[in-house]
Write a protein that binds this ligand. Structure first.
Ligand code: SAM
Length: 289
């Protein structure tokens, strides 16, 4: 039985980077008036109350989204359109000016297809944890464009590819609670890409033991898949002894604007989220087009 609950971590620095990248991809898909599909392999609960016990126990959100919830950051944020868009979305998700709630990846996708307003858009959400499956189901409610899959994504999601829309995002965000997830992600992406080579893939990873990410990088680079980018924020130097020291996103077939946007944003994001001294960031092209 898996014990990971995202409610302990919602809104942390890793979520900030992940959801900024997700928004950039969804905005890009929304630019064309053609239907698309989002396959979210690890959906979580959909939304998180930051006032509740889990978030209050770790207070991870305070050093994530919380760092942008100060009046003195407003002018700074405006300099970075993608960051401003992300912050506006989180503001719109909160009923008052206080930061009390944080949305999950399903909300960003559902919002995007609402903005796009094309009936053939679809969102598929996988979630395996019984409690979070229930919360996700409550959160989504009845929406004919959103399909809940309470199944192991690594067994089920390949069957959804290629989507009938022939364009879209596959969002892969495992907890890596079981170490097998690192290999599962590689195996899944290689198979998925064979079926849907033109899709955009966004893969989240934590740096707990750097060699595991290097192994993922090697496998992806050696696979022959083209157009792979990597974005990472580190809050401490690599160490095998202190848990997650950095977190990143691997993006296959990114929007053509993503690298420029993030190269502009990453220094500021990293300084805010990690502080200057121990921080690092990456915005790299692993494989060209
Ligand atoms: N993507 C979410 C977001 O950004 O808000 C957070 C997801 S959380 C990091 C990972 C979720 O994946 C957990 O809720 C966990 O129960 C679920 N999960 C773990 N293994 C899974 C699997 N094989 N198939 C489907 N869901 C899985």
């Amino acid at each position: 039985m898996l014990s990971y609950r995202h409610s302990f971590h919602a809104g942390n620095y890793a979520d900030v980077l992940k959801h900024i990248v997700q928004i950039a991809i969804l905005d890009h898909l929304n630019k064309k008036a053609k239907p698309y599909c989002v396959v979210d392999t690890h959906a979580g609960a959909g939304a998180y109350r930051l006032t509740e016990e889990h978030a209050q126990k770790t207070l991870e959100y305070v050093d994530g989204i919380g760092r942008f919830w100060h009046k003195d950051t407003i002018a700074e944020i405006e300099k970075y359109p993608l960051l401003a868009r992300y912050i506006q979305k989180i503001q719109s998700f909160n009923p008052t000016e206080s930061l009390t709630q944080y949305p999950g990846s399903p909300w960003f996708s559902i919002q995007a297809i609402q903005e796009h307003n094309i009936r053939a858009d679809q969102v598929f959400l996988h979630e395996i944890h019984p409690t979070d499956s229930g919360l996700l189901s409550e959160f989504v409610g009845r929406n004919p464009q959103v399909h809940l899959q309470f199944k192991d994504c690594f067994k089920h999601a390949l069957g959804l590819l290629p989507p009938k829309q022939k364009r879209g995002l596959v969002m892969i965000d495992p907890p890596y609670e079981i170490k097998q997830d690192y290999q599962n992600v590689i195996d899944f992406v290689l198979k998925a890409h064979k079926k849907f080579a033109t899709g955009t893939y966004a893969i989240w990873y934590p740096v707990v033991q750097r060699y595991r990410i290097e192994k993922m990088q090697k496998a992806l680079v050696a696979s022959g898949i083209k157009n792979i980018q990597n974005f990472e924020i580190g809050i401490a130097p690599d160490s095998d002894a202190i848990g997650m020291t950095a977190a990143g996103m691997i993006v296959i077939n990114p929007p053509w604007t993503l690298m420029d946007e993030l190269q502009g944003l990453m220094p500021y994001l990293t300084e805010k989220l990690a502080g200057e001294e121990r921080a690092h960031y990456k915005a790299e092209q692993w494989v060209g087009e």
